[in-house]
Design a protein around this ligand. Structure first.
Ligand code: HEC
Length: 159
């Protein structure tokens, strides 16, 4: 007995196989992307909470100062909170809501943060409205992937 009665049947079967294969590859890719994203958030959280990229201290210094600060001194958590209303002697709350809100900052026009503008602020101290932030915040030398991970964490709902 012939497996396929006609050429058309053979073609439909081959096409079906291709579709199933493509769907499988897409699904595997989507799954991989999810895992990469959640490990990126964890990496960003480590930078925020400990000033460490895994075990490597991140690099930062006070504005116009030559010496690199120790990891303990440059942890974002020293000065910022992830939630709450903000307290005296604490810097802005770095919640997803505050960072993404289109609002006036430091008396400038309304702006919001994205990965690029936050990374620029961290390295130069210049905010999205081109206003230079207070010098009490260190200036950071993060790699692109460190900064992306930090942003992935800040943009997430993770405490
Ligand atoms: C020593 C304290 C200190 C540390 C550490 C610090 N910051 Fe800041 N940060 C500040 C202060 C103070 C401001 C407010 C500056 C101003 O308004 O001029 C600020 C402002 C910001 C802003 C602007 C917020 C807004 O709504 O405009 C962002 C974003 C930010 N910091 C991110 C970070 C991140 C991310 C880290 C860690 C990598 C960090 N900061 C570490 C003190 C700090």
């Amino acid at each position: 007995m012939k497996l396929f009665a006609s050429r058309q049947q053979w073609a439909v079967c081959a096409l079906g196989g291709l579709v199933v294969g493509a769907l499988g590859a897409w699904f595997a890719d989507a799954l991989h992307w999810r895992q990469a994203t959640s490990s990126e958030v964890q990496r960003g959280r480590g930078i925020y909470v400990n000033g460490l990229d895994n075990v490597e201290p991140i690099q930062a210094r006070m504005a116009r100062q030559p010496n690199t600060l120790p990891a303990l001194a440059v942890r974002c958590i020293n000065c910022h909170d992830r939630s709450g209303a903000g307290a005296e002697f604490r810097a802005q709350v770095l919640s997803r809501e505050n960072l993404l809100a289109q609002m006036p900052r430091r008396g400038g026009p309304a702006t919001r943060f994205d990965a690029v503008s936050m990374c620029k602020l961290l390295s130069t101290g210049i905010d999205p409205a081109w206003i230079v932030i207070n010098q009490t915040m260190p200036r950071y030398e993060l790699s692109d992937s460190q900064c992306r991970a930090l942003w992935a964490y800040l943009e997430s709902e993770q405490p």
